[in-house]
Design a protein around this ligand. Structure first.
Ligand SMILES: [Zn+2]
Length: 214
C-alpha cells in the first residue's frame, strides 16, 4: 500500500487523512449562527488536523458570519484588538472593569459582552485615547502603546480641501501637524471655507492642510 506522505496521519503514522467538515455554532445574543468548517480526520485513529489551506478557508467562512452579528463583537475582533496593544486578557479585564475570565469568555464566544461593554469596547477600538485613559485610570500599562502611536504618526494627513466664495481654483495650503488638524479645520472654516475634507498622505514626508476655493 502506498500512502501519500501529505495525507498520512502524523499522529499514528498508519491511517490516512480524509477531508471532513464540522459545524461550529455561535449564539450572538440569542441568535444562532452555524458555520461549516473544514478539517481532516485520520481513518485509523480518528485524530483531527487542519491544513494550512483549510485554515485559510475556515477564517474566510468565520468572517462571513459577521454579517449576522449586528452590533455584537466577534471573539476574534476582541483578540485582535488586545493583541494590537499587547494587552493580556487579565489586563484587558482590569482596563474595562470586568472579571478576570471575562475576556477569555468573550474571545471564545462562550459569552458575549453586554451592550454597554460592547459600546465601550467599540469606542476604545475606534479611539485609542479612550483605551489609554481607561488603562491609565486602572494603572495598567499598554506594552505596545508607543509602537501604535508611531504607526499613527506615519499616517499623516495631507489635504484639507475647502470650497468657498473665493475666486475659483484658489488654493490655500499650510503645514499643519496631524494633531492640529481639527483646529486647522476650524480656522479655515472661520475664513469662509466650507466642505472641508481630509485625505491621508501617501508618504511620511508631506503633511499639511490644503484649502481650495471652488
Ligand atoms: Zn491516525
Amino acid at each position: 500500500m502506498t500512502t501519500d506522505k501529505r495525507r498520512r496521519c502524523p499522529s499514528c503514522q498508519a491511517g490516512e487523512l480524509q477531508p471532513t467538515s464540522y459545524e461550529e455554532i455561535f449564539k450572538p445574543r440569542g441568535k444562532e449562527v452555524r458555520v461549516n468548517l473544514l478539517s481532516s480526520e485520520c481513518s485509523a485513529c480518528g485524530a483531527r488536523f487542519t491544513s494550512g489551506s483549510q485554515h485559510d478557508e475556515n477564517l474566510k467562512r468565520l468572517d462571513l458570519r459577521r454579517a449576522e452579528y449586528g452590533d455584537v463583537l466577534l471573539g476574534e475582533d476582541i483578540v485582535a484588538f488586545r493583541m494590537r496593544y499587547g494587552i493580556t486578557q487579565t489586563a484587558a479585564a482590569r482596563i474595562f472593569g470586568k472579571s478576570k475570565i471575562a475576556f477569555s469568555r468573550y474571545e471564545n464566544e462562550a459569552f458575549y459582552p453586554d451592550a454597554s461593554t460592547t459600546k465601550l469596547l467599540r469606542l476604545a477600538m475606534e479611539m485609542p485615547q479612550v483605551l489609554k485613559k481607561l488603562a491609565d485610570a486602572a494603572g495598567v500599562p499598554i506594552p505596545l502603546w508607543e509602537a501604535r502611536c508611531a504607526d499613527e504618526r506615519k499616517t499623516k494627513v495631507v489635504g484639507l480641501i475647502a470650497s468657498s466664495a473665493k475666486p475659483q481654483g484658489t488654493v490655500f495650503w499650510k503645514q499643519v501637524p496631524r494633531h492640529d488638524l481639527s483646529s486647522a479645520k476650524l480656522d479655515w472654516a472661520e475664513k469662509g471655507h466650507s466642505s472641508v475634507m481630509f485625505a491621508p498622505a501617501a508618504n511620511d514626508e508631506v503633511h499639511g492642510v490644503e484649502a481650495q476655493a471652488s
